[in-house]
Design a protein. Structure first.
Length: 432
C-alpha cells in the first residue's frame, strides 16, 4: 500500500465501527476500516431494530443512551456532511416500559431522575387511554406459547413508565453508511470484502493486521469492532485471558406484521412481562422481537457466517403470539416475515469498551442487541479512551470519564471494563 501508514485500523464497519472511525478521524488520526462485508452496516447492524430508549440497569447505560439520543435527534449536525444525500431519520414516538419484576420501576425512575430524563408514570387506565386496544394484564413470568399457562387469566394489571423522547431510527444500515461517509470525508479509507487472518504484534504491542490476500496493514492501534466476529479476532490477537466477561454470538430474529387495527403508529413497547418488544415501522408495519425470557432456548452459534438469515416459523409464531396477547388486534400470519441476524452478546448484556492487555489493541464488543442507539457516543468513548491510554494514562486503575456534551452527565467508562464483575442485579436480557 502506497498511502500514508494509518494511525489506527478499525476492524468492522457496522454502526459501532463506523462511529469509532469517525470520531478517531476527528482527532486528526489517519484511519483505515476493514470489513469482510461489501458495505457499511451489512452485518448485525442491518438486523437491528434501531430502537432509541433509555432504560438500562446502570447509570452509565442510562446516561449514555440519553446523550446519544441528542445526537440522533440532530443527525445532520452530528455528521457534518456536505452535499445532498439520503440520511437515516430518528422518529420520536416515545417508548413504554411495562412493569415487570425483572425491572423495578422505582429503580428505573431513580436512574432517569439522576440523568435528567423526562418520563411519566402510567397506571393501567392510562395505558388503555394512551394505547387503545392494549391488554394491560399481568402475565409474569413469560411462558412458552404452547404452554396452556400462557393463556391463563392475568393475575392483575400493569402500569408503565413512558419515555416521551424515545423512538427509533428508520434505517439502521443507512445510519452506518452515513457515519462511514462522514469518516470518509475526513480521509478514512474503507476496505470491504477483506477478512483479517492475523493480528501482528511485537512483544506486548500490536503492530498491525494481515488480510486474506496477503496484504499487511501496519498500525500502532487496532480497534476490534467486529460484532459477532469479535471473539475470533481476539483469539487472533491472543487477548482475552484477563477478561471477566465472556462474549458469544447469538442468532436472533425480528419479525414484521401489520400495525394493530385502528393505529397509524404506536410508541415503542418493551414488554418483559410477556417477553417481547415492538415498534412501528414505515409503511404501516410493526417490528416484533424477543427479550430472551428464561423459557425460550437461546440459539448460541459457533460460526456467525453459517447462521441462516431467514426467519423461522417457530420463532415468528412465538414472538408475534406474545405481541398479540398484549395487543389482541395483531394478527399472526401463517408465513413468517422478518429478518435474522447474529448478535455479539456479553454475559451481562453490557458491552465492553476498553483497552486490552495487548498495548494498542482496543475492543468495542458485546454491543449487539442494545447498543445501536449508543453508537454515535460510543465513537467518542473510544476516541477518548485511545487518546488517554496512548498518552500513558492507566485506564485499568483510574478509568477514563467522559463528560457528555449535550446533557452534562459524566460517564465512567470503567462500567464497560473487560474486567468488571458480573453484577447479581444485571438485566441479563437485551434490555441491558
Amino acid at each position: 500500500m502506497t498511502t500514508r501508514r494509518p494511525d489506527v485500523v478499525v476492524v468492522g464497519a457496522g454502526v459501532i465501527g463506523a462511529a469509532v472511525a469517525l470520531e478517531l478521524a476527528r482527532t486528526g488520526r489517519q484511519v483505515v476500516v476493514v470489513d469482510k462485508a461489501g458495505a457499511a452496516g451489512h452485518g448485525s447492524t442491518s438486523a437491528s431494530s434501531a430502537i432509541i430508549r433509555f432504560n438500562y440497569s446502570t447509570f452509565a447505560g442510562v446516561a449514555t443512551a440519553w446523550e446519544a439520543q441528542h445526537l440522533w435527534a440532530s443527525w445532520p449536525e452530528h455528521l457534518r456532511l456536505t452535499g445532498a444525500r439520503p440520511l437515516a431519520a430518528f422518529h420520536r414516538t416515545g417508548a413504554v416500559l411495562l412493569d415487570s419484576p425483572a425491572v423495578a420501576p422505582s429503580e428505573v425512575a431513580g436512574l432517569f431522575d439522576r440523568a435528567g430524563i423526562p418520563y411519566e408514570r402510567w397506571d393501567a387506565a392510562t395505558l388503555r387511554e394512551r394505547l387503545p386496544g392494549i391488554d394491560p394484564g399481568r402475565y409474569w413470568p413469560p411462558k412458552p406459547v404452547d404452554d396452556d399457562a400462557f393463556f391463563a387469566r392475568p393475575s392483575g394489571e400493569l402500569g408503565a413508565l413512558f419515555m416521551p423522547d424515545a423512538g427509533y431510527v428508520d434505517d439502521p444500515q443507512l445510519a452506518a453508511q452515513n457515519l462511514a461517509d462522514a469518516a470518509g470525508g475526513l480521509g478514512t479509507r474503507f476496505l470491504f470484502h477483506h477478512t483479517v487472518v492475523a493480528v501482528d504484534r511485537h512483544a506486548d504491542r500490536v503492530t498491525g493486521i494481515r488480510l486474506t490476500d496477503g496484504a499487511r496493514i501496519a498500525a500502532p492501534v487496532v480497534v476490534n469492532a467486529a460484532g459477532p466476529w469479535s471473539g475470533g479476532l481476539n483469539r487472533l490477537a491472543g487477548v482475552g485471558g484477563d477478561f471477566t466477561i465472556g462474549v458469544r454470538p447469538l442468532r436472533e430474529e425480528v419479525h414484521q406484521v401489520a400495525l394493530p387495527t385502528g393505529h397509524t403508529t404506536v410508541p415503542v413497547v418493551a414488554d418483559l412481562d410477556l417477553g417481547t418488544y415492538l415498534r412501528a415501522a414505515p409503511g404501516g408495519h410493526l417490528l416484533v422481537g424477543g427479550t430472551e425470557p428464561d423459557c425460550d432456548p437461546h440459539e448460541w452459534i459457533d460460526d456467525p457466517d453459517a447462521a441462516d438469515p431467514r426467519p423461522t416459523a417457530r420463532r415468528f409464531r412465538t414472538q408475534v403470539t406474545r405481541a398479540a396477547r398484549r395487543f389482541p388486534s395483531i394478527g399472526v400470519p401463517n408465513r413468517p416475515l422478518g429478518t435474522a441476524g447474529v448478535y455479539d452478546v456479553a454475559d451481562d448484556w453490557t458491552p465492553i469498551y476498553d483497552r486490552t492487555a495487548l498495548d494498542g489493541y482496543y475492543v468495542a464488543m458485546g454491543t449487539s442487541g442494545n447498543q445501536f442507539k449508543n453508537a454515535p457516543l460510543v465513537g467518542r468513548f473510544l476516541a477518548a479512551l485511545v487518546d488517554a491510554v496512548e498518552a500513558g494514562h492507566d485506564h485499568d486503575r483510574d478509568p477514563v470519564r467522559h463528560r457528555c456534551e449535550r446533557t452534562g452527565n459524566v460517564v465512567d467508562l470503567g462500567a464497560f471494563s473487560r474486567r468488571r464483575p458480573v453484577r447479581a442485579d444485571s438485566a441479563r436480557t437485551v434490555m441491558g
